[in-house]
Design a binder for this molecule. Structure first.
Ligand SMILES: Nc1ncnc2c1ncn2[C@@H]1O[C@H](COP(=O)(O)OP(=O)(O)OP(=O)(O)O)[C@@H](O)[C@H]1O
Length: 304
């Protein structure tokens, strides 16, 4: 059974439609990255799933149960941290956890959650004294209470330093291996691409792409990077050979194709022009580039 099914979700704010027939689902134990530009509708989708906002039409099922029909029992399976963590500031981390425990998390499990999210050390300090990163970790700890099958995390890496980001990434992968499904949004695409199994891309309230992580990246543009001493001369030589070449730092990039012809033609153009080549690499594009390309083609389609 799917942990989450979102079917044809439509949502209006007044007369403005924020979501258009949004549909996607999540299999148990997988991490789905919800990506898209600011204002695309990611938070609205997440808030709809956890019952923080109503939607106008569509259907949400959590672990097979329809949200509108069984709100309480559906949400028992969900842990979430949306927009910003919201602990009670006058309580300590530990008191917050006790407060959000519905009674099903044992003291031992609570201790384990505190250790996994690395909040033990400041668990007895009031949350108002916490840095953003500490609040973020407490928010994640709260979301892990009560044995969720689904975690909904909106920008959970915000405010975390690189080490904590790394630790959170490891924790999320560990949780997914335990069978927990995770819906996560993040503008830190590089971080997201290290953990996501699937992506759903939202633009202007519509799903414009659903893909597993591997094929999403392999469909993106590929490049060949020539690291050279004289980038301007290399650019001219490649352009004379018919390539579109772009300079980045000490490298000149051209678009790759699926065989070796672009690589060979590029190399021979540079050799013929007597340009010293320091290094050559073929690159798969990263998530950010793939996303930008996808959004730009979707925006062009809309403009037409
Ligand atoms: N309470 C609200 N009242 C009116 N419009 C809203 C409200 N909340 C969101 N919107 C609008 O709905 C659209 C989707 O917003 P949403 O916050 O879901 O986007 P997002 O993808 O989460 O963006 P961000 O990454 O900036 O958080 C935007 O156009 C936003 O202005």
């Amino acid at each position: 059974m799917k942990t989450l099914e979102v079917q044809s979700l439509n949502k209006f704010f007044g007369r403005k439609q924020a979501l258009f027939d949004v549909s996607f689902d999540i299999e148990p134990g997988t991490i789905l990255g919800l990506i898209g530009p600011n204002g695309a509708g990611k938070s609205t989708i997440m808030k709809s799933i956890v019952g923080l906002t109503d939607y106008n039409s569509g259907n949400i099922k959590i672990d097979g149960k329809e949200l509108t029909k069984n709100k309480r029992s559906s949400l028992e399976n969900v842990g979430s941290m949306i927009e910003s963590p919201a602990p009670y500031l006058n309580l300590t981390g530990r008191q917050n956890l006790k407060l959000f425990n519905d009674g099903s998390t044992t003291a031992e499990e609570m201790q384990e959650i505190m250790e996994e999210t690395q909040i033990t050390e400041f668990a007895d300090r009031k949350a108002k004294k916490y840095s953003l990163g500490m609040k973020q970790r407490l928010g994640i700890a709260i979301s892990l209470l009560n044995h969720p099958k689904l975690l909904i995390l909106d920008e959970p890496m915000n405010g975390l330093d690189p080490q904590s980001t790394h630790d959170l990434r490891d924790l999320l992968v560990k949780l997914s291996k335990r069978g927990i499904s995770i819906l996560i949004s993040s503008h830190l695409l590089d971080e997201l691409s290290r953990i996501a199994d699937y992506y759903v891309v939202i633009n202007h309230g519509k799903v414009i792409k659903k893909s597993d992580a591997k094929s999403f990246l392999s469909e993106g543009p590929k490049t060949i990077k020539f690291e050279v001493k004289d980038t301007d001369a290399a650019k001219s030589a490649l352009e004379a050979a018919g390539f579109t070449a772009t300079i980045y730092d000490k490298t000149v990039e051209i678009e790759d194709n699926n065989d070796s012809t672009a690589m060979n033609a590029g190399l021979s153009a540079l050799n013929q022009a007597g340009i010293e080549i320091i290094n050559v690499s073929r690159n798969q594009t990263d998530l950010e580039e793939s996303l930008l390309k996808l959004l730009s083609s979707d925006n062009n389609k809309e403009a037409k």
